[in-house]
Design a protein around this ligand. Sequence first.
Ligand code: ARG
Length: 603
Amino acid sequence: MMPFRKEIAFRLAALTGLTEAEIETCLEIPPEAALGDYAFPCFILAKRLKKSPQAIAAELAGSIEPCEYFERTANAGPYLNFYLRRAYLFAKLLPQILREGPAYGRSMEGEGRTVLVDYSAPNIAKPFSVGHLRSTVIGSALCRLYRACGYKTVGINHLGDWGTQFGKLITAYRRWGEEGRLAGEPVQYLYHLYVRFHQEAVKEPQLEDEARSWFRRLETGDPEARELWGRFRDLSLADFQRLYRYLGISFDSYMGESDYNDRLTGTIELARTRGLLMESEGALVADLEPYGLPACLLRKKDGAALYITRDLAAAIYRHETFAFDRMLYVVGAEQTLHFQQLFKLLELMGFDWAQSCLHVPFGLIHFQDGRMSTREGKVIFLEEVLQKAVELAREIIEEKNPGLREKDRVAQAVGLGAVIFGDLINDRIKDVEFDWDKVLDFAGETAPYIQYSHARICSILRRAAEKNKGGSSAAGPAGEGAPLPGDAAQDWDLTCRQHICDTNRAAQGQALTLLGEPEEEALVITMSRFSEEISRAVRDNRPSCLARYLLELARSFNKFYHNCPVLTAAEKLREERLMLVAGVRIVLENGLAMLGIEAPQEM
Ligand code: ARG
């Protein structure tokens, strides 16, 4: 990472007695360029030093010398502001970005450490609804972010593949099931059966008994029950996997709730030997009241284990198997109590790694308008949302750029990107209001806006490459950034890449001396913050940090491009500006990839 934060922390630590980590966390980015590039809020020291923050800021400003990275510091009210040396950014940072290309932004911060991420975890029979969208999108972004920081990640899909709902499904399927429909649309059909079961059970209450008995048979290994359950599970899993492939997501493990069946007795025994369990009418209960938590049931009186029992067994198994340094559960905020109980139980069972487990909660998602049809009751299927998004993206592209090649691929990248980013841009703990017009707005706080900025840069580079090739007339008189006409565009991808490499080579030899407009400075300064924002996203498990940052960079690019011509600038300046935008392109592409979003080269 660029050493700016570290450098400030190092210097201030010596002067203030705060630790470097404390300083790094409290450093702020000032709201306007005039106030510098980093600000240290001196409030933090006021109490300890018994002085006003203003006085502290003034004193500190007087005792910090300029250095390679910072040209000056200045106090402004209670803040101590640091001004980065522009020449350093243009001469060192930009060439570094161009040199590193796809690797830029990656670090080895987490080298040698393993993070396990439990995410997505849909329930079989209950549909993969948009509620699971959040876990899927946030969890996979976290995996990518941790990997970018050098951690080893293990993504686990803790499938909800066991429970009384299977007794209901087996009952329903044996009565009304149709083989063909099950094979055709398993997830939706099983949900349909589930809904039907509940409707019929109102009229015919003995259905509930039948379902209970089937679940018991399943638990005791009855072949017919096992066979049906296995079929439901396999078909649903294949269906989920199709969706994950579409989203570009893969898991390291699909061990679900049912996979812990043979570890439940051992887990309960362990809790018992630790003196954690009381018997209450045949059921086994852990009393957590001394710890301010409600008691929790680990085994029902009929012998059945519960969700939390399986989670205990899973956590222990995972620690044995993966020796994780950290385990994240990306699960909705409504399960907060469940995870408090789980972690407390693990601690009481004697596992000191319990403190490495963290619940990463998120809020609900609401759909705003009627464009989404809900087939069954209130449930919205994720698949429908994704299809809708891609369809709408396709319509917009058709309207804006009817001549675009590979429209389907681009529509998919834009549609899926819009849904993913529409989620990730929000502070995860807040509820999300999902509004189609908003997430697909090419000028809004959206993935399409960032993707469009990226495509614009590609187009600039492409045209520059064409010019370089010997003034091929294909570059023609069209305005900057306009798509190339037919033939010349054939190998644009290649030429564009070549050009980036040329710029690359150029950057190694020569210092950039002509850049210095405020928009150019703003761009390079924003680029310098990339790795910091990644670290912050990882530290707080908040992909929104990176999402917001990418928006800011795209905005900064558009402002630059509005005020500073690239292709029509004088030759040397043009080359330097090309390097600048090539750098922006790299950061946008790498950043989007870390969120699981593609950056098409044309849009
Ligand atoms: N299947 C659960 C649900 O949809 C989420 C499981 C989360 N992971 C876990 N280890 N409990 O509510």
